[in-house]
Design a protein around this ligand. Sequence first.
Ligand code: NCD
Length: 304
Amino acid sequence: MRHLLDILDLTPEEIGQLIDTACDIIADPDKYAEKCRRRKLATLFFEPSTRTRLSFEAAMYELGGSVLGFSSSSSSSTSKGESVSDTIKVVSCYADIIAMRHPKEGAPMVASMVSGVPIINAGDGGHNHPTQTLADLLTIYREKGTFENLTIGLCGDLKFGRTVHSLINAMSRYSGVKFVLISPDELKLPDYVTNNVLIKNNIPYEETTDLIGAMPKLDILYMTRVQRERFFNEQDYIRLKDSYILTPDKLENAKSDLCIMHPLPRVNEISVAVDNDPRACYFKQVLNGKYMRMALILKLLEVE
Ligand code: NCD
């Protein structure tokens, strides 16, 4: 039985196969409409979500399956003191596959140790978010046609932004990739990612606070929200929240085929005036997420 806890649980070949499946679903959705008939997905969200939970649910419905679950820990027995392990043992009796989001780093790993069915990490604290990365990868593939020789700017909260950590892990496996890490000093990429991924694998990267200066070299600009819920101190959040706001004038020196991404939700990081720019890809990312989650569910349920 396979789980998806970390994007590195999938080999680059498997990611290629998921992309092929997603593209086939896009081309011929009817072919997939009954693939998960009588199968059930549980979505256990101990933390807020719009896109991730609803796209998992839409994905399972479009495969002909059904969905059960909860969207906040307050409406589950967690609020009575039940442990993650017990909740998972119970839900494994009802569902064929579980997507879970939890504020504690490592909770999906704990879940996988007791679960009778595949566990998908739908975001664990400030750690990882592998299925957002699947959405990001399909977007990069559809926009750029390749994962190689890309210069990727990641901007905003690189410390707590779990989507950033998973995307760096995933993209580090393709040749010719360079990273430009754009953040305030306080929100720099954690050392464990810099050391264990970038330095260890000899991946070229630079750290800067200057978004406009970095702009001309970027093929991809991945904006992120400052993760208010992970701050210990509200004053720090207020000081840092508007560090970067992408407005049309800041794109003046950007490449004409720049791909502007954001996992969403956005707060202030991208002005709505950028939405009509043909380089804005963040709403395409949302739709791509559903197709990749469909492909992932098929893979983990071992559906032909
Ligand atoms: C992200 C997350 O939950 O980490 N959202 C998402 O799943 N698309 C990004 C964020 O919350 O800022």
